[in-house]
Design a protein. Structure first.
Length: 138
């Protein structure tokens, strides 16, 4: 069984590992957000900023070491990682809003929500490709 799992997560399955890391860092980030917001009574902005920052930090190190098994130097890797995240965001979410919401879902009761969900999918794909071929390329 262990051999099957190891084979499943071989070098060619970086997208699956990327999704697993994404789930993991999202759980960590959201947990920290709620902890800061509810227990420590930090503001929404501070809570989400710190939670997202910690989630992104976890994402960087797990993607570097587990997903892509990269030896990129941290100084260079972190800069590229941030660049790819921002680029992915600036591509995916405007497309989601302007193309999906304004043109397809505007009359739908859950139009913005559908646009966000589809934008998240687009963001995930763009970010994965950017991290694989820009940040953590071999």
């Amino acid at each position: 069984m262990v051999e099957i799992i190891e084979n499943y997560f071989n070098k060619s399955n970086t997208f699956i590992r990327y999704i697993l890391v994404g789930v993991f860092n999202t759980i960590i980030g959201i947990s920290i957000m709620f902890l800061l917001l509810e227990l420590f009574r930090f503001s929404y902005g501070i809570s989400t900023f710190i939670g997202n920052s910690i989630g992104a930090t976890v994402s960087y190190f797990f993607n570097r070491n587990f997903t892509f098994k990269s030896n990129v130097e941290n100084k260079k890797g972190i800069i590229l990682f941030i660049f790819v995240i921002l680029g992915s965001y600036l591509i995916a979410y405007p497309i989601g809003y302007h193309l999906l919401f304004e043109r397809l879902f505007q009359t739908n009761v859950f139009g913005k929500e559908l646009s966000i969900l589809l934008s998240v999918c687009l963001y995930t794909i763009i970010n994965y490709l950017g991290q694989r071929y820009v940040t953590f390329r071999r």
